[in-house]
Design a protein around this ligand. Sequence first.
Ligand code: NAD
Ligand code: ZN
Length: 362
Amino acid sequence: MSEIVATSYKIFINNNIEKDINRFLNANKNKYSKLFILVDENSLKYCYPQLVAKIQKFEEAEIIEIESGEEQKSIEVCVQMWTVLSDLKSDRKSLFVNIGGGVISDMGGFIASTFKRGIDFINIPTTLLSQVDASVGGKVGVDLNNLKNQIGVFNQPKAVFVCPLFLSTLPKRQVLSGFAEVIKHSLIADYDYWKKIKEINFSKIESFDEIINTSIQIKNNIVSIDFEEKNIRKSLNFGHTVGHAIETLMLEGHNRKTWMHGEAVAVGMIVESYLSHKICKLSKSELNEITQFILSIYKPVKINENDFERLIELMKNDKKNNDTDINFSLISIIGKAEINKNIKPDLIIEALKFLNKEISVF
Ligand SMILES: NC(=O)c1ccc[n+]([C@@H]2O[C@H](COP(=O)([O-])OP(=O)(O)OC[C@H]3O[C@@H](n4cnc5c(N)ncnc54)[C@H](O)[C@@H]3O)[C@@H](O)[C@H]2O)c1
Ligand SMILES: [Zn+2]
């Protein structure tokens, strides 16, 4: 289907991805002494068999399986993995292959980037979220306690191989979680894309082919300009300042409910669109259009007002802030991002109230 050239590697996107993987492995056959494949039980069950049937080198690889879930994305699991690599005599000529969702590519990329000061890795993302977002862009890392992505490095894979067909086994809720990043890409970068994604038919798996292509292009363009997130890459945080705070809140104490990353980001985009309306002149009609589209797909519950202060505290902890105000990446119109907007907590509380009101009337 297509090939996208990133700064130092290629992203292959098609439903016959084994061919490209074989070509890559053959072209590098003298470079790599041994292959290590990281999977979880689902990517092992649903994706690995299709790959190993056509990629001979995968038959000889060492398979490392972890349990699925965000709780695995921890330094403790990394220590286990580094130990396995060491016991299996991995050397610097090893290739690490990440087959799975964002947990696998984030953590596998980090394990590879740090083992013996770095061994090469490739990504074969198998969820919508990892295909359109996590596997591209070179941010790898793990969580620290309940705090997301606190430990990590910037490091690029040697190649990314995206097979949209893998989505056929992905549960609907996971598909929707990934779709939040697609919505984000359209809102920060491309009005025509926004119009297109509003027509999506979730039951037709083929509808994702074009979406995966466009979303990766958008993310890759942004990352190519600003790899280390000094300016424009911050636009990819749209929806995430509030989204991450909600995710963390839900993991804490008595609140312990699970919101998926994309569900929290979707709600975060409503709150941050309200802030965009107040601060960046996003029109009322576009604010409504965004809110209604998101609420037609996701069915969030209201956020308890008693938790608002804690949410603000969590946002302040986020890596991008000065002492009192909280730094946001917003939008001025659909398709155009505005970065480095410092906002006072009072306005954020107002935006959270707006969210609750919209949830209750929708
Ligand atoms: N590095 C980045 O730039 C970046 C960007 C966005 C998100 N992330 C990270 O990505 C993670 C979330 O990624 P995710 O949503 O892919 O989560 P995930 O890796 O936990 O995958 C979600 C679930 O889908 C299962 N699964 C994977 N592929 C499947 C398939 N083809 N069929 C059936 N089930 C399958 C997994 O086993 C898991 O249970 C978070 O940790 C987030 O922080 C990173
Ligand atoms: Zn995200």
